[in-house]
Design a protein around this ligand. Structure first.
Ligand code: NAD
Length: 308
């Protein structure tokens, strides 16, 4: 199948790109390399360095390539940046998505599988949030992702572009960048490798639902021929505190004995975020999500090999 992966040089998009190539699909990647890396690109995928907010540049490529499916992972993902510059956030996250949907409608792309967010969508939740929970995005990033979801529905209803929306919890795994603030697993691994001090915000008590990138890729792949007009949470329903996560990773670095600095939550940070991802398991007949202990081990192994 001829597929387009936007953001294919990024963390999640690059894993998706590799799996699609392995499956024998004809893969094209759009990425502006703003947070992604050229080294993540698969040599068997066709690459266009392109900004999805630049519609003029995208149209001739859509015309020529005749994609059947779009995995849309490209986004401005920095919540703080989105608050500082909501205009640019909207340009990439809203207008960029509209551009792709318009091209999908104009050039007969069958479906878009969209990377959305659970954390920024549901806000603070103590118990696992299911898909019935009313979105309550508080940041421009969450607002832009929520708008995208509504545009996906509009293009589905008006132009028959199929879609599946996947709302991820906190994704972790190989290739995640330790720059920025989303990748706390990568940040801790980087600190432990380089004997640097870590900071545990929220006094180490903030909880998140950590989902391994392989589960996220699988959810995308299973959406290729299923789940039209559906929206699924992709999360384990299990909470892990920052402190527990730090201790779990530390077991792989016995030589590391630098005590972390404990600090209060930063403005806008959620105290608790956890998603109920059971509907996806049921509808897609998927066994379960990968337990954090296994995902963390695979991630640490990858980073250790990478450093060598
Ligand atoms: N990582 C998580 O925990 C998480 C959680 C929920 C949702 N998501 C969503 O998953 C998707 C992928 O996230 P990620 O963690 O892989 O981030 P990432 O930053 O590693 O990947 C995003 C990619 O998009 C590219 N990009 C950014 N702006 C672009 C533009 N204007 N034009 C073309 N390419 C552009 C970047 O260069 C990068 O390669 C995003 O849509 C994000 O909102 C991620």
């Amino acid at each position: 199948m001829k597929v387009l992966v936007t953001g294919g040089a990024g963390f999640i998009g690059s894993h998706l790109q590799d799996t699609l190539v392995e499956m024998g699909h004809d893969v094209t990647v759009f990425d502006d390399l703003s947070t992604g890396f050229g080294k993540n690109l698969n040599s068997k995928a066709k690459f266009f360095k392109i900004d999805i907010s630049n519609q003029k540049k995208m149209i001739p490529i859509f015309k020529k390539e005749q994609f059947e499916l779009i995995f849309h992972t490209a986004a401005q993902i920095d919540v703080r940046k989105a608050s500082d510059d909501p205009y640019r956030d909207a340009e990439v996250n809203i207008l960029g998505t509209i551009n792709l949907l318009k091209n999908a409608a104009d050039f007969n792309v069958r479906k878009m599988i969209f990377s959305s967010t659970g954390g920024a969508m549901y806000g603070n939740v103590e118990e696992p949030a299911n898909e019935q929970k009313m979105p309550d995005p508080k940041s421009p990033y969450g607002i832009s992702k929520y708008s995208d979801e509504m545009y996906l529905r509009f293009f589905g209803d008006e132009y028959n572009v199929e879609h599946t929306i996947l709302r991820y919890s906190n994704v972790y795994g190989p290739r995640q960048s330790s720059k920025g603030e989303a990748g706390v697993v990568a940040i801790f691994i980087n600190n432990m490798t380089n004997l640097k001090e870590s900071i545990l915000y929220g006094f180490g008590n903030m909880v998140r639902d950590y989902i391994f990138v392989e589960d996220v890729v699988e959810a995308n792949i299973l959406s290729m021929n299923n789940g039209n007009k559906c929206m699924y949470n992709v999360g384990t329903g299990k909470k892990t505190s920052v402190k527990e996560l730090f201790e779990m990773i530390k077991t792989y670095y016995p030589e590391y004995n630098i005590e972390p600095t404990i600090k209060d939550r930063r403005p806008g940070e959620l105290t608790s975020s956890v998603l109920d991802g059971k509907v996806l398991l049921r509808d897609y007949d998927k066994d379960d999500y990968i337990p954090i202990e296994i995902g963390i081990k695979k991630t640490v192994d990858w980073f250790k090999k990478e450093i060598k």
